[in-house]
Design a protein around this ligand. Structure first.
Ligand code: NAP
Length: 535
């Protein structure tokens, strides 16, 4: 006879031990909760554990892409480069876990497969792949907006004779492409970082491009120690200034308050050039209206296309690499030698925009009536973003309501934080919040603090549950779409819209503008959690 193991009980169960899970655990303990993190991977680090393809690094400056909650932490940690590489970010996540004594609250190698809300007990019942069971009053999904890899349903993919790598599931032992013919599918941020390094090793590299990407230079290098000292002299002030920026970072290069349309051509060229030299996302702030007005956007886009024409020697390759869509509509890429890579004799670009990849064969792939042979295949094909992780779970709210039914037409929630029908479940940096449009660590800290304050409020009021109302949810989703419609974000097919996944409902998922969002969340809490029902 086997005895059923009783579920383990905690106050708060947190799914994921990336930056969001680590911070939520820290905050939960600070407010006196018994907290448990369950993490599928054998390590903390989330994104920075899995995305270890060649060239993987953050594309927001490390002095900004880091926790602000501890003055000691931000003073003692020293980044080596302007944009930290993946191994260093993983070390940082491990350091945070040790520094704040979090490890004993994290169970690794434990994949959550589902959770159901028990209405009689007002508790979440959570199952894991290995058959473990937990109950918790609060459930926090800290599983990341970009963590469910998208593997396209290419016919014959399983028949490919060589290794197939996805950038978001990269092996943990070194991958050596020396002497090999390599095919890369995709030209988003991951590909833009990986391609220059793969090209240096491979004998031949074929890049299969469906949509050309805009990339601006990172100008990465060793961290400027004077800059570090200046920031550390008033780190709290720097963080505060960043939190007042639309994307929660970039206060050192605030957007130019003028219109691109009002500037004389030579002045405009100089402004774009100045931002190009700074590098990174600051380029989109060359003028205030680049992300608001398609005519202003077209001027910035043409500037980048001009750069591509000057960098890439073969005119046909330069033409194919030149994006037609609005710049910044798909997430801008930040590169180190991406366009230059196409000047190498061993690299070729294959346009698959008009002829999709028909089939993968044991020796390569076929498209547009031509076949291409390679020994190794890299899928840099991105993620089922923002909803993928939750939609792959057996997640059930009141009356057994399945998340797949609740979100059939797209992700509905209030403040991006809570879902009607799913009491006491919080989603960190997910759809309906500013997550993907910010330095995500700013969003993570904001959400962690809001959730901790909310739980404290419930306890102070003796209320067991909190749940978003459907009315508040409907108004919120309209607000997210309406905010996006005032920008250029609806002018292209992006993962923000779910457009990269066949059959996924088109709904604009992230919210533009961190400061008004943070104000709104604070107002809601101050006004007794309006838009929520407290049980
Ligand atoms: P992505 O931006 O979604 O790019 C995926 C690429 O694969 C696109 O070029 C896409 O083409 C192509 N693709 C997808 N399915 C395809 C198919 N069936 N046939 C041909 N091509 C196909 O994914 P990602 O590069 O992994 O980046 C995702 C996000 O992660 C980024 O936007 C960013 O937010 C984050 N990220 C950040 C960093 C960083 O901080 N440095 C690095 C990597 C990723 P289409 O454009 O035509 O769909």
């Amino acid at each position: 006879m086997t005895l059923a193991i009783p579920p383990r009980e905690v106050d708060i169960l947190i799914v994921g031990a990336g930056f969001a899970g680590l911070y939520m655990l820290h905050r939960a303990r600070e407010i006196g909760l018994v907290a448990q993190v369950l993490e599928a991977a054998p390590s903390v680090g989330g994104t920075w554990y899995h995305n270890r393809y060649p060239g993987a690094r953050v594309d927001i400056q490390s002095m900004e892409y880091s926790f602000s909650f501890s003055e000691e932490l931000q003073q003692e940690w020293r980044w080596s480069e302007r944009y930290a590489p993946q191994p260093e970010l993983l070390r940082y996540a491990n350091h945070v876990a040790d520094r704040f004594g979090l490890r004993d609250g994290i169970r690794l190698n434990t994949r959550v497969t589902g959770a159901a809300f028990d209405e009689a007990a007002n508790r979440w019942r959570v199952q894991t792949e290995a058959g473990g069971a937990w109950t918790a009053r609060f459930l926090v999904m800290a599983s990341g907006p970009l963590s469910a890899p998208n593997v396209p349903d290419f016919k014959g993919l399983a028949s490919f004779a060589g290794p197939v790598y996805h950038t978001a599931q990269w092996p943990h032992e070194p991958v050596d492409f020396t002497g090999l013919r390599v095919g890369v599918v995709g030209t988003g941020s991951s590909a833009v970082q990986a391609i220059p390094l793969i090209a240096r090793q491979a004998r031949e590299l074929a890049v299969f491009q469906r949509t050309a990407a805009y990339a601006v230079p990172a100008h990465n290098g060793p961290l400027d120690r004077d800059f570090e000292a200046r920031i550390k002299a008033d780190y709290a002030g720097f963080r505060e200034r960043n939190r007042r920026m639309p994307a929660g970072f970039g206060s050192e290069q605030p957007p130019n308050p003028n219109s691109a349309l009002g500037a004389a051509p030579a002045e405009r060229e100089a402004a774009f050039e100045a931002r190009w030299r700074i590098g990174g996302f600051s380029f989109l702030g060359s003028y205030r209206d680049i992300m608001l007005d398609e005519r202003a956007n077209a001027l910035a886009a043409e500037f980048v296309r001009g750069k591509i024409r000057r960098i890439v020697r073969d005119p046909e390759t330069a033409r194919l690499l030149s994006p037609a869509q609005t710049i910044g509509c798909k997430r801008l890429c930040v590169d180190s030698g991406y366009y230059e890579t196409y000047n190498r004799a061993n690299v070729k670009l294959v346009d698959v925009s008009r002829h999709p990849i028909d089939a993968i064969s044991p020796g390569g792939l076929a498209t547009g009536g031509r076949s291409y042979e390679f020994d190794a295949l890299v899928l840099a094909t991105g993620f089922d973003a923002m909803t993928g992780t939750l939609m792959r779970l057996d997640l059930r709210g009141r009356k057994g309501l399945r998340i797949q039914d609740k979100w059939r037409a797209g992700p509905r929630n209030y403040l991006g934080l809570m879902i009607a029908g799913f009491p006491n479940l919080f989603n960190v940096a997910g759809p309906g919040s500013t997550s993907a449009f910010t330095n995500v660590i700013v969003s993570i800290e904001h959400h962690g603090n809001w959730i901790a304050d909310c739980i404290r409020h419930l306890d102070a009021q003796g209320r067991p549950t909190i749940e978003a109302t459907e009315t508040a949810e409907t108004a919120w989703i309209e607000h997210v779409t309406e905010t996006a419609s005032r920008t250029v974000y609806l002018t292209c097919n992006s993962w923000y819209l779910g457009a990269n996944i066949p059959g996924k409902p088109r709904m604009f998922m992230p919210l533009v503008g961190f400061p008004p969002y943070a104000d709104k969340c604070a107002d809601v809490a101050r006004n007794g959690y309006e838009g929520f029902v407290l049980g």
